[in-house]
Design a protein around this ligand. Structure first.
Ligand SMILES: Cc1cc2nc3c(=O)[nH]c(=O)nc-3n(C[C@H](O)[C@H](O)[C@H](O)COP(=O)(O)OP(=O)(O)OC[C@H]3O[C@@H](n4cnc5c(N)ncnc54)[C@H](O)[C@@H]3O)c2cc1C
Length: 332
């Protein structure tokens, strides 16, 4: 089923889980053990990343099929322009269509390892918008695209980045999923600006529960997402205790999600890193507390509540020179 239709037809927030194709037999066992647990949570959809340089092409398609066939989950394949000519991109898309895949997250991708700047492959595509145009013209997939509340690292500025996000929607993307962030004010500000320039599709916040201090520092420095100083201080205070870090990460992400849902976010896309405990705990708690009902109750009491917290500030974005931002899974 098409994810744009799932979102449009749902009266509740949509929860989705992102996985990456494991490289080892042990990684594969871990993934499927996590899936045993996470599939019980009945996500609206799941997605599987596309490794840097197309390195997981076959694996991505294979896992998407297994998620659908063995777990009954609606699964989306991520797909990038990296290292492929238009003809090769079409070849992979034909494979996805023949495998019965309905949903594709269309991305540019990041430069392959060892390459500093993004350069399109000769005979390939430069921007994800072109990939979206190709998908829209020749295939029946529901198309998603990425967006960046803290602005993409290669962007000239936030305004042009947003305009390009709008162009992706104009080309056929039916929903956007954000890069991870740890300050909801970035999301509220981004959504406000997106609506103001006419982006009307659902913008699903991508949330990563922090599980490991070193790992999250690496991820955020690669993608330019910032860790608020107060959160960083709390993480540093727990640097010697992995368990204390993951407990804080879980609590923080739970509150982040609750706040987002209470303010009208259409769902949460969890970056699971192929692990189940944090996502399982957070989603279970959210479903018990139903923070999204608070918004409905507020609407019943007051005729026109603001869609986002009044006066949501736009935090300063620290500059991270030379860093890049693939999806968490794609970096592995
Ligand atoms: C939810 C999510 C999932 C992801 N999954 C994966 C994955 O599976 N595999 C993977 O390798 N990576 C993944 N990524 C990372 C993504 O590929 C990188 O962040 C990449 O650098 C940008 O991809 P994009 O599709 O947003 O690129 P684009 O939309 O092409 O934008 C890239 C840059 O070009 C600029 N730009 C766009 N159009 C123009 C134009 N016409 N003229 C000038 N500049 C322009 C934009 O402002 C931006 O700075 C994911 C990211 C997210 C948020």
């Amino acid at each position: 089923m098409r994810i744009d239709e799932i979102i449009a037809g749902s009266s509740e927030p949509v929860f989705s889980f992102e996985f990456f194709p494991p490289k080892t037999a042990e990684g594969e066992r871990n993934l499927f053990a996590a899936l045993q647990e996470l599939s019980k949570l009945d996500p609206a959809f799941v997605s599987v990343t596309y490794g840097a340089g197309g390195s997981t092409r076959t694996k991505t398609i294979e896992i998407v099929k297994r998620l659908r066939d063995e777990f009954g989950l609606e699964a989306m394949a991520h797909f990038t322009c990296v290292g492929a000519t238009v003809e090769q991109l079409r070849g992979t898309l034909d494979e996805m269509r023949d495998a019965g895949i309905d949903n594709v997250l269309a991305l540019r991708g990041d430069p392959p390892a060892g390459q500093e700047q993004w350069r399109k492959t000769e005979g390939g595509l430069e921007f994800s918008r072109e990939l979206i145009e190709m998908l829209d013209a020749g295939y029946g997939f529901a198309i998603g695209a990425a967006c960046f509340p803290e602005t993409h690292l290669d962007a000239v500025d936030a305004e042009s980045d947003l305009r390009y996000a709008k162009a992706k929607v104009g080309a056929g993307a039916g929903f956007l999923i954000t890069q991870l962030f740890f300050d909801n004010a970035f999301y509220y500000d981004f959504v406000g600006r997106a609506r103001a320039i006419g982006i009307e599709v659902p913008i699903i916040p991508g949330i990563m529960p922090i599980a490991n201090f070193q790992q999250i520092k690496k991820f955020t420095s690669m993608c330019g997402a910032s860790i608020p100083p107060a959160l960083m201080a709390e993480l540093e205070a727990r640097a010697d205790s992995p368990q204390a870090v993951s407990e804080l990460g879980l609590s923080y992400a739970t509150l982040q999600c609750a706040d987002l849902l209470a303010h009208g976010a259409p769902g949460i896309h969890f970056y699971t890193l192929n692990r189940s405990p944090a996502t399982r705990a957070i989603l279970s708690a959210l479903r018990l507390m139903r923070p999204w009902d608070r918004r409905r109750l507020a609407s019943a009491r007051t005729p026109a509540p603001p869609p986002w917290p009044a006066g949501a500030r736009r935090p300063a974005r620290p500059h991270v020179p030379g860093s890049r931002c693939p999806a968490p899974g794609a970096r592995r």
